[in-house]
Write a protein that binds this ligand. Structure first.
Ligand code: BYC
Length: 329
């Protein structure tokens, strides 16, 4: 038993809370119930810190790796304007990673340790970025629908309990909403274009739909961390609720463009308000997030190359009196 703590006092105390100061835990949970933001120097249970580091770090890695599928198309974007927009978007994604690494650092894990864990495969990143962007239309589907999924998740979680993460998410969402407009513009252009363009965007949607369904995480009954993250207001809705919210907002828009979802079972149950569909292939999801997707090796190899090739920049920046610093006259 531990007083009026936010975790149900009638439940047995979870083992991850053993050894915590129960008085402080109670005060912490009361602050969260009351809608306070928790800041880096505030007291927090070890598990809250651990979960936040895991989730924010994975999110930061997703931004870094997420820049790659679209990044490979910068040199091949059709026309100067599209090239400029795509370059700006990719640059934004890398900026999001910096904001998120800074937020995770406030919890005590260094950026270097996080990057090491990405490169050794210890940390996860979003499943979707382990698939190839086969044609220009794939980049449009990513920018529209994956950014849309990210916005659904991030707008909700920006109302959460950890101050630095929420502030980073607010800024990220305002940039993501431009990405979404850009992606929608390219999809509409292709979907209302020539027969070849329509076919190209349809094929891209067919390829990306299963990973997009996986993007929101396993179903609620399989989610490992969901319950405690929602109790502590790190996640503001469950995986299935976020998925359903995304489907509510975007399936009608996809159908309006005359595009077809690659799942004939797709329909909204008007009584429950929930979407019904064929259960996504969760075995594939597990394989992909555990390192065995179509592009996992390629993605990490690119990041390892960037880490090695960029090491001189970090050395130069970290050297106080270095030969790299040109003295002012
Ligand atoms: N991919 O207990 P669960 C972007 C893992 S980037 C990989 O439900 P949780 C963009 C999960 O980590 C934005 N792994 O987890 C960038 C856990 O494994 P571990 C990306 C996943 O944390 C560039 C296990 O499955 N957004 O938009 O309660 C260009 C059990 O899951 C995934 C974020 O990162 C997945 N999709 O909920 C364009 C949002 N799903 O750690 C666009 C922040 C689950 O125990 N993250 N797993 O080994 C979250 O909101 C939550 O972490 C999730 C999962 C909803 C993703």
């Amino acid at each position: 038993m531990y007083g009026n703590a936010y975790i149900d006092p009638n439940e047995k105390m979870p083992s991850f809370l053993e050894g915590e100061d129960l008085q402080k835990l109670e005060e912490f949970e009361a602050r969260i119930t009351g809608g306070d933001k928790i800041e880096p120097m505030d007291w927090m249970p070890r598990e809250y810190r651990k979960q936040l580091i895991r989730m924010i770090e994975q999110h930061a890695h997703s931004e870094v790796i997420g820049a790659l599928p679209e990044g490979t198309w910068i040199t091949r974007a059709p026309g100067f304007r599209r090239k400029l927009s795509l370059m700006a978007k990719v640059q934004d994604e890398m900026g999001h990673a910096q904001l998120l690494y800074s937020a995770a650092e406030t919890l005590g894990k260094s950026r270097e340790a996080m990057i090491d864990d990405l490169l050794t495969g210890k940390s996860k990143y979003s499943n979707v970025f382990n698939y190839p962007a086969v044609t220009w239309a794939d980049t449009a589907v990513i920018a529209w629908l994956i950014d849309a999924g990210a916005i659904v998740n991030q707008v909700a979680n920006s109302k959460g309990s950890y101050g630095p993460y929420c502030r980073a998410l607010e800024r990220i969402c305002s940039e993501e909403s431009f990405h979404l407009k850009y992606g929608h513009d390219v999809v509409v252009h292709l979907a209302t274009g020539t027969k070849t363009q329509r076919q190209m965007v349809q094929e891209a949607l067919t390829r990306w739909w299963p990973p997009i369904m996986h993007f929101f995480g396993p179903s609620d009954k399989e989610s490992v961390h969901g319950a405690i993250l929602m109790k502590w207001k790190v996640k503001m809705a469950s995986n299935d609720d976020m998925r359903n919210q995304f489907l509510n907002m975007y399936v009608p828009k996809i159908w309006d463009l005359g595009l077809v979802l690659p799942d004939p079972a797709f329909k909204k149950n008007e009584t429950t308000g929930k979407w019904e569909y064929t259960e996504p292939d969760w075995d594939e999801f597990k394989r992909v997030i555990n390192g065995d997707g179509p592009c996992n090796k390629e993605r990490l190899a690119v990041r390892k190359w960037a880490e090695t090739e960029g090491s001189w920049v970090r050395r130069a920046l970290n050297t106080k009196e270095s030969a790299y610093v040109v003295p002012l006259a």
